[in-house]
Ligand binder design. Structure first.
Ligand SMILES: Nc1ncnc2c1ncn2[C@@H]1O[C@H](COP(=O)(O)OP(=O)(O)O)[C@@H](O)[C@H]1O
Ligand SMILES: Nc1ccn([C@H]2C[C@H](O)[C@@H](COP(=O)(O)OP(=O)(O)O)O2)c(=O)n1
Ligand SMILES: [Mg+2]
Length: 258
């Protein structure tokens, strides 16, 4: 579902960066040149087709996966991949890959994540778009994104795309804290200080995104308490209901190209 968005970028630039920083979003000026396309260079240079699509002539099927830290997004995404053949793009994993690869922004991303803050959308969206472009799949789970209205608006502006489905894993804070502290993956943000900061930022920035998609009839709220298998039994019907529709659209497009 690609569409052109022309005026939203002004919304971001008109917000003073200091205000964003107070909200928990890292200042874009700390990431010099990011707007100069140093991330995802090959992607940004690519032309958008006349019909507004850039994805090798295909219409991708995009699912955003929302929920607080430890709500079980990654765990459920693995099950969706196994059962429904999606490609899983975790925003957090892509950012951590930048840290490990010691890229231009790695150190700054590390600081931001340690502080429990949100990395500027320009950086994250370009990493996501680059992965979508290089994938042969057309069904994507975009996990941990958008975490803020700023994230959402930047995605629309940079990719000219809208999600088809938005999943929201609704989980009490005490359950999320317990899961994160037991996660045991050596993450720099899985400690009680950073978790408290992340939960605060999540609460203030995530709700507007949830409301936005709820009003547009795209939101599926999942009760994230229970075993992973129990939770997946709520997730499964969401994708089962869309599966025929997605396959049909895909065959129809291939036929039209033929
Ligand atoms: N339903 C569940 N019940 C108990 N533990 C879970 C459940 N889902 C995930 N976990 C565990 O909780 C931790 C956080 O899950 P994860 O999928 O990484 O969440 P998120 O991506 O939302 O932060 C992981 O250690 C995971 O194995
Ligand atoms: N859209 C995003 C997603 C993640 N990040 C950063 C900030 C987050 O605290 C970290 C970790 O995100 P990740 O989705 O991996 O975290 P959880 O799986 O929810 O625990 O990455 C971001 O800045 N913007
Ligand atoms: Mg995760």
């Amino acid at each position: 579902m690609w569409r052109r968005v022309t005026s939203l970028s002004s919304l971001i630039s008109s917000k003073r960066s200091s205000t964003l920083n107070q909200m928990g979003i890292e200042d874009l000026s700390a990431f010099p040149d990011v707007t100069g396309n140093s991330i995802g260079q090959n992607v940004v240079a690519r032309e958008v087709g006349k019909d507004g699509r850039f994805f090798k002539g295909k219409t991708p099927f995009i699912t955003f996966v929302l929920g607080g830290p430890g709500s079980g997004k990654g765990t459920q995404c693995e099950k969706i991949v196994e059962n429904f053949g999606f490609t899983h793009l975790s925003a957090g994993d892509l950012l951590r890959r930048e840290i490990i690869s010691n890229t231009e922004y790695g150190a700054k991303i590390l600081d931001t994540i340690k502080e429990g803050k949100i990395v500027p959308s320009e950086v994250t969206v370009k990493l996501i778009r680059k992965e979508m472009e290089s994938s042969d799949n057309y069904k994507f789970l975009i996990d941990g994104f958008p975490r803020s209205e700023e994230n959402r608006i930047a995605f629309e502006r940079i990719t000219e795309a809208d999600p088809d489905i938005v999943l929201f894993f609704d989980c009490p804070e005490e359950v999320m804290v317990k899961r994160v502290l037991n996660r045991n993956q050596g993450r720099v943000d899985d400690n009680i200080d950073t978790i408290r900061k992340r939960l605060k930022i999540f609460e203030s920035l995530n709700l507007p995104v949830v409301n936005y998609y709820s009003k547009r009839g795209k939101l599926y709220t999942i009760n994230a308490v229970g075993t992973a298998d129990e939770i997946f039994e709520q997730v499964r019907p969401v994708f089962a209901a869309h599966e025929d529709h997605v396959e049909f659209e895909w065959v129809q497009e291939a036929w039209m190209r033929f």
